[in-house]
Design a protein around this ligand. Structure first.
Ligand code: CDP
Length: 222
């Protein structure tokens, strides 16, 4: 039986850092679904395809080949990860991610990956939609201010010029769109374990998740 771990939560809750560490511990493939939505946004913006142009978007997606290698998205054979966290992409991604046809195509690809590999997948709708039957589900949160601080430091480290207040505003806007969209909104799955990471270290969170998985793994693979 395949092992799958779902991690959901709002922007900056620590999902990707934590998912990568848990992936290493349990030898899982890390699938960052946010980077898939970001990649669509990047390609659409480069080709001047608006999120309102459904046919244009569908054509773009059908021509894309997406796979994960070493925790990173490879798009048509190219590693484009440096471009995916640029502010312009963050600002636009929630609009593209709210398009039902885009979600349908990406959810299909994500499920295919989970059928082929043992995965830890992070995003907004993993425990509720993509991997509804996953045996391990976690929902990470933190206050908007703490999440904006983390994102601010992350971008500074990459030498990207940023303004804290703008990031806080962008995070709040994205939280709103992600949790109010009609299709697959960001919401905690009933059976997910919620962890408020506001005053926790990364290691604290990794330890909670890892202990839970270790303690319950035998029941899953029986
Ligand atoms: O890293 P961060 O939390 O900023 O966001 P992300 O995981 O890279 O996701 C970027 C955006 O993609 C989110 O704000 C959502 O609008 C969208 N997304 C989604 O709708 N469903 C997912 N499963 C993952 C991301």
């Amino acid at each position: 039986m395949r092992i799958s771990v779902a991690i959901d939560g709002p922007a900056g809750a620590g999902k990707s850092t934590i998912a990568k560490m848990v992936a290493d511990k349990f030898n899982l493939m890390y699938i960052n679904t946010g980077s898939m939505y970001r990649a669509i946004t990047l390609i659409a913006l480069e080709n001047n395809v608006s999120y309102k142009d459904i046919d244009g978007l569908c054509k773009l997606i059908d021509d894309l080949d997406m796979e994960f290698q070493n925790n990173e998205l490879i798009l048509n054979g190219e590693n484009i990860n440096d471009k995916l966290t640029l502010p312009n992409i963050s600002d636009n991604v929630s609009n593209y991610a709210a398009v039902p046809e885009v979600r349908e195509k990406l959810v299909y690809l994500q499920r295919k990956m989970s059928e082929k590999y043992n995965v830890i997948m992070d995003g907004r709708d993993i425990g509720t939609v993509v991997l509804k039957d996953a045996p391990f589900k976690f929902y990470l949160t933190a206050s908007p201010e703490e999440r904006a601080k983390r994102r601010y430091n992350e971008l500074l480290e990459k030498n990207i010029d940023v303004d804290y207040d703008k990031i806080l505003e962008e995070i709040k806007k994205r939280d709103y769109i992600d949790s109010h969209r009609e299709i697959n909104p960001l919401v905690k799955a009933k059976d997910a374990i919620e962890i408020d990471t506001t005053s926790m270290t990364i290691d604290d969170v990794v330890n909670i998740i890892s202990s839970y998985i270790s303690n319950n793994l035998n029941n899953i693979i029986k």
